[in-house]
Design a protein around this ligand. Structure first.
Ligand code: IPE
Ligand code: IPE
Ligand code: MG
Length: 248
């Protein structure tokens, strides 16, 4: 008997791309070299994702708490994002990838903001893969914003509150199927907390710049073997013993 996610298509994969700085430090390089190498890993993984049944990828690129880092590192990251958007635009269209950015926009540099808007516009009709880049993103802030939009007489349902979170993040609050974190840490760091209520979690010690299609394949293969019960019973347990015996 196969698990409920064995054949699930249209997967929403969320990735906490962690370990760029350590990857660089171990090589005697500045941390920013790790962020550069991380961009190459993004390209490799995005190219491999559609064939593995993934239709949406949300990448954690910069958290609202990452503003705490040294000004030079933040500036380098912002420039790198701009360069990525500039150089990637044509490739995204060719590969039919829709790019959108989730998170706060009011603290971003005007030039970066324009790049984002241009790429979002240019790729809006692309349907092969939806790449969501989380930038100046905090899940707790998104939840707080959604709470602030509730009127006192509202009795929100999970769906309606999810819609308010969508408004706060400027995109759909999609349920995450599989959440991957590289870099060895086993924490969520304020990423997609509401959306990951029933996400399968997969952690690897590999640093993000070393992560490649084979690792993604391994994560998805493991996901497909898991039994997501959503609080109910396993798909195996719900079948009567007689049917189970007949199915072999
Ligand atoms: C993740 O790598 C990228 C960002 C947070 C922008 P880090 O920069 O956190 O790398 P480590 O965790 O310090 O190695
Ligand atoms: C999470 O990584 C944010 C991103 C990957 C963009 P961090 O490196 O900022 O997380 P902590 O500080 O280790 O929790
Ligand atoms: Mg880190």
């Amino acid at each position: 008997m196969q698990s409920a996610c064995a054949h699930k298509d249209n997967l929403h994969l969320a990735i906490i791309m962690d370990g760029n700085g350590r990857w660089a430090s171990r090589r005697g390089l500045p941390r920013t070299a790790g962020h550069h190498a991380g961009v190459a890993a993004v390209r490799r993984v995005m190219d491999a994702a559609p064939a593995l049944g993934v239709s949406t990828v949300t990448l954690f690129a910069f958290s609202s708490d990452n503003w705490r880092r040294p000004t030079e590192e933040v500036a380098a990251l912002m420039l790198l994002l701009q360069a990525y958007l500039r150089s990637e635009r044509r490739r995204l269209v060719e590969n039919e990838v829709r790019l959108s950015v989730i998170g706060r926009r009011d603290r971003l540099d005007g030039r970066l903001l324009r790049q984002i808007e241009q790429v979002e516009q240019a790729t809006a009709s692309m349907r092969r893969l939806h790449l969501r880049v989380a930038l100046d993103y905090s899940s707790r802030d998104a939840i707080l914003q959604a709470v602030a939009r509730l009127s006192t007489e509202d009795r929100p349902s999970r769906e309606s509150f999810g819609r308010l979170i969508s408004q706060a993040t400027a995109d759909d609050a999609l349920e995450v199927d599989l959440l991957v974190r590289t870099g060895g840490e086993k924490r969520l760091s304020d990423f997609l907390l509401w959306e990951s209520a029933y996400a399968e979690l997969w952690f690897t010690d590999k640093m993000w710049p070393d992560f490649g299609p084979a690792d993604l394949q391994e994560a998805i293969a493991e996901f497909r073997g898991r039994d997501r019960r959503f609080g109910g019973l396993s798909s195996v347990a719900q079948v009567s013993p007689a049917v189970r015996a007949a199915a072999g």
